[in-house]
Design a protein around this ligand. Structure first.
Ligand code: S3P
Length: 435
């Protein structure tokens, strides 16, 4: 638990957040099937990644996690070595669970996949359905974990239409295609494209046709994956908490170094700009197809309300909770719609957005897939607020801390350990800015 009863003072600082979670997990999974030793620097050392490494070790992969690098000795495509009935625990990570199933479509022996109480409530039909078409068998708890996977030795290539804008579903099918004869074709609604960039960078057989609202991805069988050395950039989703903190703290300025600004992830930046907040990129560079920059952000005197286009939903999906705090302080009504996917995350986050706004006295009208937020630029709190979230969602915790630091009041926020999932140094950085 953490207690906060004082607003943060103005700051002018430079910070570095932590390695990108999506890229860290993809690197580890691909490295495990590469030929030879792969090395990653700045890999995120959070529980989601540690669970990925533990799962891979159970599949016979040799891994060394050192202070400044992670080394994985890949076993080649379909080279995992494990006993029948091996149990893999994905902990809290939907990305790990859904992506690793893609790699297990070819598993000869039975594997059981389990997760924590939050992950056990999440939907896996979305990956079981397309992956079944490859010929694998899944025995699940009504589409939820635990799932028993029995792969096929003769996977068939498939056509799959991904309609949710889910990078996890798209990536699971892409991983399954690695060892499948023939062409697998995915018609995918736009979503984060780190897997595609990895495939291109590794020169795996991939063809992408970009259309206005979707991509057509054609994949064929891969003979081998070369080792992949990678310097992982910082995560924009972790950085977003500090962007909003700066925007909502008077006379403040922040530079966040070396952040991944891949356009499939920068919905938060577009939303901040539309809400009148000054954000700039400095030192832009391209690294293995990913765009990276230092992000400079300044506090806002005036926050404009937003009628947020659903086109931005997928590229800001993990940032909405903290974006709602900006809307709370905006000068008017903000509206976010077509957001049913937000209730499919580690906890039902649209509901949590509404709950946090209710705690801080901001009127909102929330449905199953939308939220209308009646902003109050003069918002000031002096009451006691206790936040305890049953599913211990890391982003609910971090959003609550940012709310406490900018709106005042007397807060008691439970589930501090949840930050270990994605951003273990979150509170250390908060304290650095509070000095
Ligand atoms: C992720 C994709 C998103 C996102 C999650 C990470 C990924 O989930 O919310 O935190 O790394 O592919 P969906 O694919 O379910 O939208």
């Amino acid at each position: 638990m953490i207690k906060i009863n004082k607003k943060i003072n103005s700051f002018n600082k430079i910070i570095t957040t932590e390695g990108d979670k999506s890229i860290s997990i993809r690197w580890a999974l691909l490295a495990s099937q590469a030929e030879g030793k792969s090395i990653a620097r700045n890999i995120l050392k959070s529980e989601d990644i540690l669970n990925a490494l533990k799962c891979l070790k159970k599949l016979g992969v040799k891994i060394k996690l050192l202070k400044n690098k992670c080394e994985i000795q890949g076993l080649g495509i379909n080279g995992y070595k494990y006993k029948n009935g091996t149990v893999l625990d994905a902990g809290n990570s939907g990305t790990l669970a859904r992506l690793i199933i893609g790699l297990l479509v070819h598993s000869k022996k039975k594997i059981k996949l389990v997760g924590d109480k939050s992950l056990s409530k999440r939907d896996f039909i979305r990956v079981i359905q397309p992956l079944k078409k490859f010929g694998a068998n899944f025995d699940s708890n009504n589409g939820k974990l635990p799932i028993i996977i029995k792969g096929t030795s003769k996977p068939k290539s498939i056509f799959y239409e991904e309609k949710k804008g889910s990078a996890q579903c798209k990536s699971a099918v892409m991983f399954a295609s690695l060892n499948t004869e023939g062409n697998t074709i995915i018609k995918a609604k736009k979503s984060r494209n780190h897997t595609e960039l990895f495939f291109k960078n590794l020169k795996l057989p991939i063809k992408i046709e970009k259309k206005k609202n979707f991509d057509i991805i054609t994949l064929s069988k891969t003979k081998k994956i070369p080792p992949l050395n990678y310097n992982i950039p910082s995560d924009i989703s972790s950085s977003a908490f500090f962007m909003v903190l700066t925007a909502l703290t008077k006379n403040s300025k922040l530079i966040i170094k070396n952040v991944n600004i891949n356009s499939s992830r920068t919905g938060v930046i577009k939303i901040l700009k539309l809400m009148g907040i000054k954000v700039k990129y400095k030192n832009i560079k391209i690294y293995k197809g990913e765009k990276i920059a230092n992000i400079q952000i300044e506090s806002a005197k005036y926050i404009k309300p937003i009628n947020c286009s659903p086109k931005l939903n997928s590229s800001a999906i993990d940032e909405f909770l903290v974006i709602f705090l900006l809307a709370a302080k905006a000068n008017g009504i903000s509206y976010f719609k077509n957001l049913s996917e937000l209730n499919q995350k580690e906890s039902p986050r649209l509901k949590w957005g509404s709950k946090i706004l209710n705690y801080i006295g901001i009127k909102n009208i929330t449905t199953n897939d939308s939220i209308k937020i009646f902003g109050n630029p003069k918002i000031k709190l002096n009451k006691k607020i206790i936040i305890k979230n049953y599913l211990e969602d890391h982003r609910v915790f971090m959003t609550s801390v940012i709310a406490a630091l900018v709106f005042g009041g007397n807060w008691c926020i439970h589930d501090k350990h949840s930050i270990k999932t994605s951003f273990p140094s979150f509170l250390r950085i908060v304290n650095e800015l509070r000095k």
